[in-house]
Design a protein around this ligand. Structure first.
Ligand SMILES: [Fe+2]
Length: 260
């Protein structure tokens, strides 16, 4: 059974050894916090080498001024920008972001997401996670009718030219939980029962899910967090910021090879 989370201490100098430790941890945990022992002078060079050594990084960057169209770049910036209205794009705002999966509309999903932190917010801004396995247990116990709908009703999530149409929760024969959900990316042109389920699940995770089961990861500059996008939900706490780049994170996706 997969565990929720662990922390791995990275050397910051031996990329191959660090990648081996990170890969082993993410094979058996939903969320892995990577702390770095030595201060890094070139974060991009280290993290490029790290993700290439862990697995197969993907070019996930999107141009938010062109409706989220792919740019072909590996790293996507998440940076507070006071010149962009807070309600225009989460990646430039200081608002809390509700729980979601990143690849809800990505038909060729890669599965694992990694954030590395350049600068941390003065206060707040933690990345928050819900374990897919714990979520299923809670739904079965507290909301069995909602759980049944989540397993059986397909919902369409769409952005730019890409989309997915499937139930929000799928469970494989071996019990692996597979989640697909982003409240704000639901295609408005779909069955009313699908849109109602998108709303009901959003309300459940934001309002009713036990807060003590939510993991908060606070990243210091140079640290990173990687997670299985389809086995967890993630979001963000609001934060204080006034200057451009007060909170600054780079994100990519990667395919992690299964154990030999
Ligand atoms: Fe996200």
């Amino acid at each position: 059974m997969r565990n929720f989370t662990t922390t791995v201490s990275m050397s910051g100098v031996d990329t191959d050894a660090d990648a081996d430790a990170a890969r082993e941890a993410i094979r058996s945990h939903e969320v892995v916090h990577l702390q770095v022992a030595n201060p890094l002078d070139d974060l991009r060079r280290y993290y490029d080498a790290l993700v290439e050594a862990i697995g197969e990084p993907a070019n996930i960057d999107e141009d938010f001024r062109r409706g989220g169209a792919p740019t072909g770049e590996r790293w996507l910036e998440i940076r507070y920008d006071p010149d962009i209205p807070d309600d225009e794009a989460f990646r430039y705002s200081k608002n809390a972001q509700p729980f979601h999966t990143d690849e809800s509309y990505v038909s060729s999903a890669v599965g694992v997401i990694l954030f590395y932190c350049v600068s941390a917010a003065p206060a707040g801004g933690e990345t928050v996670f819900i374990s897919g396995r714990q979520l299923v247990e809670e739904l079965q116990a507290a909301r069995p009718e909602l759980f049944e709908q989540l397993l059986t009703t397909p919902v369409t999530y769409r952005k730019a030219d890409d989309f997915k149409h499937r139930p929000i929760i799928e469970i494989a024969d071996d019990g692996t939980v597979d989640l697909n959900f982003n409240y704000f990316c639901a295609d408005p042109d779909q069955a009313p029962e699908a849109l109602a389920l998108n709303q009901a699940f959003h309300d459940y995770v934001e309002r009713d899910y036990p807060r003590e089961l939510v993991l908060e990861v606070s990243l210091e500059p140079g640290e990173s967090v990687m997670w299985h996008d389809d086995r967890t939900l993630h979001g963000r706490n609001s934060f204080t910021a006034s200057e451009w780049g007060d909170r600054f994170i780079w994100k990519t996706g990667l395919i992690v090879p299964v154990a030999a």
